[in-house]
Design a protein around this ligand. Sequence first.
Ligand SMILES: *Cc1c(COP(=O)(O)O)cnc(C)c1O
Length: 391
Amino acid sequence: MSASEPVRECLLPYARQWIDEEDIEAVARVLRSDWITTGPAVEEFEEALAAFVGARHAVAVSTGTAALHAATYAAGVGPGDEVIVSCMSFVATANAVVFQGGTPVFADVDAGTLLIDPESVEDRISNRTKAVLAVDYAGQPCDYDTLRSICDRNDLTLIADACHSLGAERDGRPVGTLADISLFSFHPVKHITAGEGGMCVTDDAGHAERMRLFRNHGITVDHHERRAGRTWRYDVVDLGYNYRLTDFQCALATSQLRKLPGWLARRREIALRYGEAFCELEAVEPLRPDPSVEHAYHLYVIELDLERLDVGRGDIFAGLRDEGIGVNVHYVPIHLHSFYRRRFGTGPGLCPVAEAAYERILSLPIFPRMTDDDVEDVITAALKVIGDHLR
Ligand SMILES: *Cc1c(COP(=O)(O)O)cnc(C)c1O
């Protein structure tokens, strides 16, 4: 694209974990102990995360995807049921409905925020709708007040895929308390990591109990009780899975959680700097956060104004990659993937706002360990590549 030197020699990724010696020590302590799975570190992490988000119950599971699956199970989703899902998400969000034999019904998003559009949700309700599965895209909580009233009027469970929004708030209320069930991922690109891991939080003891059952083969009595009760008996009351999270992963996640407040502050600082820098660039429009929101900035997403550019998004993407900037695209709307087209007959035209946005979006690197120089490199590269293609 450009004959000049690239801004960076090696690629700056869009996201990256931050593991320090304290984390390593926490994992090593568990590895040296008697328990390496389903021991005390699991409950410790559950309690710490529940306290952090202000929820009554937390159930740790093996991945964010398993958390989605446990949530659709707890909501009672089964064959013949429909779940209204935001189309602007990672595919696991909709897959979790399919795992339970349900049908995902894709809702469109708001053009300014790319969050699920409550009007589109209302349009898609049928007498088979069981739940609404909203996604806090990029780290901004959805309009849960409106979603709540829709769900209450129609007797639906409200589930928040909060994999992007750990630590975010809306109107001063933390993510984790805004839906019936909220769930998080601890994949390395997320706010804190367990290697792989997930968590469901809820204030409802019944939901919590069903999710605990579900993560352990549908077995009613856990092994602690069995040991204490000196009995071999247990009953499998429903179909469950092995979705357990190990003790050493939980030790890592608990150690990471201590650093989360500082990391959130750093993400917000980076976002602020990007916002300032891109004010000057007319062809770039960052997503517009709602003023009532405390954003968690899992992603920093910009929209390109393609009218003002002489190339498409693909060339800008490639140009930034050539400059050593690990831009990404989140996401291909789920209903456009071949599996969904084939199985559910979805396709273009179903969610026009999301489809139009998809042509223009780019995610820029954002993670707490980025230095100020890294941030300036992203800005320099964006001004260079996008600036070169202004009409
Ligand atoms: C990361 C992510 C998931 C899946 O989480 P895993 O831990 O990778 O299984 C689901 N939904 C969204 C929105 C995500 O970002």
